[in-house]
Design a protein around this ligand. Structure first.
Ligand code: SF4
Ligand code: SF4
Length: 105
């Protein structure tokens, strides 16, 4: 179902359901949900065997694949859960505190 949200900015709190309003599927592209990540995955391209396990296990579709190969993480949406690092059979992914990157981007 797709809602008519043309006037959403005028909605009162009563019109929003408890929690939040998700007016259509696929709307995470509008939100930088990776902004509250505390740890960031990094992939060692030398160790990576391109098995794609990280891609299949990531609950946020944040492992980016092109031509059937992992090419990057989508840090705009990766929440830093570490599942990719835990499941990587080659130990190619390590988690690092976001504070290590502060001021370097
Ligand atoms: S799970 Fe590990 S070895 Fe497999 S593609 Fe991802 S990083 Fe590479
Ligand atoms: S840390 Fe979690 S959300 Fe981020 S890429 Fe790995 S599995 Fe996906």
């Amino acid at each position: 179902m797709k809602w008519d949200i043309k006037d959403i900015k005028t909605w009162s709190p009563e019109k929003h359901l408890p929690g939040s309003t998700i007016p259509e599927s696929g709307n995470t592209r509008y939100y930088n949900t990776g902004s509250w990540r505390t740890d960031r995955p990094l992939r060692d391209t030398e160790k990576c065997t391109q098995c794609l396990a990280c891609y299949f296990y990531c609950p946020d579709c944040s492992v980016l694949v092109e031509d059937q190969k992992v090419v990057a993480f989508d840090y705009g949406h990766c929440k830093g859960c570490g599942i990719c690092a835990a499941e990587c059979p080659a130990d190619a992914i390590t988690m690092h505190p976001e504070t290590d990157f502060r001021g370097r981007e």
